[in-house]
Design a protein around this ligand. Structure first.
Ligand code: ZN
Length: 154
């Protein structure tokens, strides 16, 4: 999923838990579960990791996604009455952290992160590798709809 989706879901979960530690834990778990839904980025990811072609496209996608997510959570934080900024923040941190660790693994190839990278893609590719992916365009539209729904939960 996009970082915006992970961040928004993490924030909503954070609010539901009402506790910063639980916000982080459930936000973190939510990342793996929602990533299991095919979301159109297999072509980009395979080009980046396996075929090692059109890598700039994948990097650009992640950069746009990351900055957009940042703007979106700032928009939420500045326009909503956030009950607890702590649970809001820790839910977002938990929801987004797995992709940060995957990115760090891609950069460093650290053996300390290899198991985490494997686990992330076990969940991420669970249905995609069995049933195939959906077109990225539709997946992004679906995520816009999901975010539009989630942002009503503040
Ligand atoms: Zn992920």
């Amino acid at each position: 999923m996009t970082l915006t989706t992970h961040a928004t879901l993490g924030a909503v979960i954070g609010r539901a838990t009402g506790n910063p530690l639980l916000a982080f834990i459930f936000g973190f778990i939510s990342h793996f579960l929602i990533d299991m839904i095919p979301h159109g980025d297999t072509g980009l990811a395979d080009n980046f990791r396996i075929h090692k072609r059109r890598r700039k496209q994948a990097v650009a996608y992640v950069m746009v996604d990351a900055v957009f997510a940042l703007f979106f959570v700032l928009l939420l934080a500045n326009t909503r009455d956030i009950e607890s900024l702590r649970t809001f923040s820790w839910g977002i941190v938990g929801g987004v952290l797995p992709d940060l660790l995957v990115g760090l693994y891609d950069l460093t190839k650290s053996p300390m992160l290899r198991w985490f990278n494997k686990m992330h893609f076990f969940f991420h590719d669970f249905f995609v590798k069995r049933k195939g992916d959906v077109p990225l365009y539709y997946a992004l539209l679906a995520q816009v709809v999901l975010i539009a729904y989630l942002q009503t939960k503040f």
